[in-house]
Ligand binder design. Sequence first.
Ligand code: GDP
Ligand code: GDP
Length: 438
Amino acid sequence: MAKPIVAVVGRPNVGKSTLFNRLVGERIAIVEDTPGVTRDRIIADAEWLNHHFTLIDTGGIEPHAKDDILLQMRIQAEIAIDMADLIILMVDGREGITGTDLEVANMIRKHDKDVLLAVNKVDSKTLENNIFEFYNLGLGEPLAISAEQGLGLGDFLDEVIDHIKRHYNDEEEEDDRLRVAVIGKPNVGKSTLINKVLGEDRLIVSNIPGTTRDAVDTNVRYDGEDYVLIDTAGLRRKKKIYEDIERYSIVRAIAAVERSQVVLILIDGSEGITEQDAKIAGIAHNRAKPSIIVVNKWDAVEKDNKTMKKMEDDIRDMLSFMTYAPIIFISAQTGQRLGKIFQTIEYVKAQSAKRITTGKLNEAMAEFVLMKQPPSKHGRRLRLYYSSQVAINPPTFVVFVNDATLVHFSYQRYLENKIRETFDFFGTPIHFFIRERT
Ligand code: GDP
Ligand code: GDP
C-alpha cells in the first residue's frame, strides 16, 4: 500500500527535528550525509494507530541556505507543496508569530494543499493561551504541542491521521493501476521518457480530479493497461535550481519508490554506470521493490557487437546487490524500445506476485539440500525442516531450521538463487526469514 507523505515545514529551531525524532519508528531512512552535518534524519517511516506515513523534515534538505532564513523557508515550502499529501507548518509558541511564519503561511495557502498548524513548545497549560494569535496565519485551528515534553502529540497525530484518511487513502485504495516510479540521477532522461510515452500514447487518461498528485503523476495506458508513472524529476518549472540539491533528488526518489509497485532505474548509457546510480538503485533495493534497470540514450552510444555486453557487465559489477533486476536498453528520445519497458514491467510484476505452493517448495528445498550440503559448526549440521511462502510483493519465504546460527549468508544466498532459478523469480527481490523450530 502506498504511504502518504507528510512534510514538516518551519523556521530553524522551532523544533522540527525534535518532533521528527519523537515520531519516527525504528526503520529510519537516513539520507547519506556529509560527515559533520548532524542533521541527517530527513525522511522516515512513522506510524500512529496502525496508520503508516512517510515523514519528511524539509528543513534538513537544504541546510546550506540556513543563513538566509526566508530563502530556506521558501525552498522548504516549495518542496512540501510539491511532494506532500499533508503539510505541517510548525511555529514556536513561545516566540509568537514572526514575519517569516506569515510569509510561509501565505505561500502554502495559495496552493490547494492540506495543512495542519502545529504550535510547538507549549510545555505547560499556562502557555496554551499563546496559541490563539496563530489563528492569524489563516491556516485553521492551531494545535498546541510540546515536542520535547511529548504533550499534545496524541491529539495532534489523531488530526494527522484524520487528514490523511480524508484526502488520501480512499483514492488510492480504489486505484488498481500499477504505480511505476521513474528514478535516476539528474539528466538521465526521466522527463524525456515520460513525455515520449505521453506523446506516443493516444489514449492518455486525464489526471484524476481531486488527487493531490496531479503535478507529479502521469497516467498512461499502454497496450490496454493503465499505469501511473511517478515522476521524480519534480519541481519541473524550477528544475535547474533544485537538481543541484542532491538530497532533494534522493528524498524525492525515496518518496516515489515508497509509493510505487515497480521501479524503473534510469541510467545514462552515453556515460556509463556511476556510484551515484548505485546509490539511487539502492533506494529501490532497500525497499524491496521489483526493479528494472533502464539504460537510456542508447542512440547516442557508438556500438559494436560487444558494447551491450560490456555495459551489462559494468552494471552487474556496480549493482551487484540487485542481480535480479532485468536490464533493458532504450532511447527515450527516439522512442526506441519503449514497448519493451512495459513488457518488462508486466513481467516483473507477475514475478513478484507469484505464489509457490508449500508442497512444491518443500520438495524443491529437499533437493537443494541434497545438491549442496548445509554448513555445520562444532559437529552440528544445519537442518531445514520446513519452508513456506508467506507473502508476495516481494515474495517472502520462511524457513524453519534446527539452529539459525548455522545459516551462513552464503548458504542463504545459495537457497535464494536456487529458488529463483527453479521457480523463475526474476526481476524481484526475495525476502527470507529464518526461524528456529521450537
Ligand atoms: P529545528 O531546527 O526546527 O529542527 O529545531 P530543533 O528540533 O533542533 O529544536 C530547536 C530547539 O528547540 C532545541 O534546543 C530543542 O531542544 C528545543 N525544543 C524543541 N521542542 C521543544 C519544546 O516542545 N519545548 C521547548 N521548550 N523546547 C523545545
Ligand atoms: P531528467 O533530468 O532525468 O528528467 O533528464 P531529461 O529528460 O531532462 O534529459 C536530460 C538531457 O538528456 C536532455 O538534454 C535530453 O534531450 C537528453 N536525453 C534524454 N533522453 C535521451 C536519449 O534517449 N538520447 C539522447 N541522445 N539524449 C537524451
